[in-house]
Design a protein around this ligand. Structure first.
Ligand code: XMP
Length: 510
């Protein structure tokens, strides 16, 4: 095991992820974990994470000083290297100004940490304080514009410190630096795979849940689907999944979910048809935020009512929370995404219902979740499916929502998805969907004048949904989609293509 001591950096989980990428097993520990506990756990190396504090501040998190006596290698990252300075007899300079962003590292002595790497690397910094005097036994092995001690080592004791962040994507060859520490220095075994993750996770879930029952809201999206499959593997019939049909689903979605989870995976699946209630509440409402709030609130209400009905004995609520959801919900992150549109969740419900949370994917990133899903035998259509917003087609019918408009949108969207799948582009773009515009335009069908609605195609490329660009789809495919929609979907006389990027437009129209 590699122990990652967490000093409160938002990047701690990213460090853990990089370690997993090297197929090495790691565990995140509270910063103050006693050295004896780490020894007991058979730790072969320790990484000290970054953190927002100054080592001098009163509330600064400090590790057990004994970790430096464990006889295992230690790598300090950012705040971690300052802790090394502080604990091992160096000096840390307090500075108010932060150094933030790109820099360049010049490697003077590769040693084990920079083995096989170029002499110059682009690095990414984010720190206030810095090391002003090396602790005894250490030498500087890398310098940057702003620091003669950007990378330091005491090879004899196996202590390494780097002021920059090797775990972030912006640091060139950062993954190799971490792997060098894990494999070259700690000699950690590289045998940790997705299968091991599943086995560990199954054991954890069983230990936590015991004979209890777990309820899980299944949306059909990647996260809740993988969580369901994993929980089912762990506890089988102690899991009950609830799928709420809010009347805002895509064509065939409900049957698909029933088929896959109920039949194929043999999960105890309860499908709740609440579409009438949702549509009643949404009647005449056209403001996007109001719609989102109504949908969110109604979902929680229906979900809670369903749980009460079926879950008298349940103690646990399962959730497909991923690591990015965990950081995004931290308010200091100041994540603008959460302010622009109200996303829906079941916050508050577990406390009200006295349910304990089981979140087996909490430490994973999306691509890792997909790999877990594949290893659990979920079909590609589920594991690699495009994101779909919680409020569903409710935010894809512009203006007020009616059954008829939903039906038109559903049919148009189905044509688009079918053609995207056929061409293989469905898997290459981030999202592709249809939007219903309540604008009537004149057309001609046969010899008849028509006066019908407009469907917009929204097809975007993105890596994280924070920014997006409209996808350059071949014209002949667009033509096919357009002519099929106008021919096959009654009520549509015109198809338009959305060529806006994000920003300034968002991906969804509402
Ligand atoms: P926007 O429209 O903000 O969307 O550019 C970014 C990504 O988030 C999805 N999205 C949602 N996902 N609940 C969700 O789970 C929501 O309320 C929601 N609204 C938007 C959107 O599809 C895109 O992938």
């Amino acid at each position: 095991t590699i122990a990652v001591l967490d000093f409160g950096s938002q990047l701690t989980q990213v460090i853990a992820r990089r370690i997993r990428e090297s197929q090495v097993y790691s565990k995140i520990y509270h910063f103050g974990t006693p050295a004896a506990k780490l020894r007991e756990d058979g730790v072969v190396g320790v990484i000290l994470s970054g953190g927002p504090q100054s080592v001098y501040s009163k509330s600064a998190p400090h590790p057990d000083a004994e970790i430096f006596q464990l006889g295992v290698p230690v790598l300090g990252i950012c705040y971690g290297v300052q802790l090394m300075g502080h604990f091992l007899g160096g000096r840390v300079e307090h500075s108010k100004a932060r150094e933030y962003g790109h820099g360049h590292l010049t490697i003077k002595k590769p040693g084990k940490l920079f083995q096989g790497l170029p002499k110059k690397l682009r690095i990414w910094n984010s720190h206030g304080d810095k090391l002003a005097k090396l602790p005894p036994g250490f030498v500087a092995v890398g310098t940057s514009e702003n620091s003669p001690y950007s990378a330091i080592e005491d090879a004899k004791r196996g202590f390494y410190g780097i002021q920059f962040h090797p775990e972030v994507f912006h640091t060139e060859r950062g993954v190799d630096i971490i792997r060098n520490f894990l494999v070259g220095v700690c000699r950690a075994k590289q045998d940790w795979t997705t299968k091991d993750f599943i086995a560990h996770s199954v054991a954890d879930i069983r230990a936590k849940v015991g004979k209890g029952r777990v309820l899980l809201g299944l949306s059909g999206g990647v996260d809740s689907s993988v969580a369901a499959a994993l929980l089912h593997k762990a506890i089988g019939s102690q899991l009950t999944c609830v799928f709420v049909d809010n009347g805002l689903l895509r064509k065939g979605e409900r049957d698909y979910v029933r088929e896959l989870y109920g039949k194929h995976f043999n999960i105890d699946l309860r499908v709740v048809d609440a579409s009438a209630l949702f549509l009643k509440r949404l009647k005449g409402v056209s403001d996007p935020e109001t719609k989102r709030k109504i949908i969110g609130r109604t979902f929680v209400e229906v979900f809670e009512r369903t749980l009460k009905k079926i879950g008298r004995t349940a103690e646990f609520l399962g959730q497909g929370t991923l690591y990015p959801d965990v950081i995004e919900s931290v308010s200091i992150q100041g994540n603008p995404a959460s302010l622009i549109k109200t996303h829906h969740n079941v916050g508050g419900l577990p406390e009200r219902m006295k349910l304990k949370l089981v979140e087996p994917l909490r430490e994973l990133f999306k691509d890792e979740v997909r790999r877990v899903g594949e290893a659990l035998g979920l079909p590609r259509e589920v594991v690699w499916r495009q994101p779909f917003p919680g409020p569903g087609l409710g935010v894809r019918v512009m203006g007020d929502i009616t059954k008829d408009k939903l039906e038109i949108l559903r049919n148009a969207d189905a044509v688009l998805q079918e053609e995207m799948m056929k061409s293989g582009l469905y898997w290459k773009v981030w999202q592709s969907f249809a939007v219903f515009l309540p604008v009537k335009t004149v057309g001609v069908f046969g010899d008849e004048r028509t006066y019908d609605y407009v469907i917009a195609l929204r097809i975007v490329e993105s890596t994280d949904a924070m920014t997006a660009d409209w996808a350059k789809i071949p014209h002949d495919l667009l033509q096919k989609i357009s002519s099929r929609i106008t021919n096959e979907v009654r009520g549509v006389s015109r198809v338009v293509l959305d060529i806006s990027s994000k920003p300034p437009a968002t991906i969804e129209w509402e």
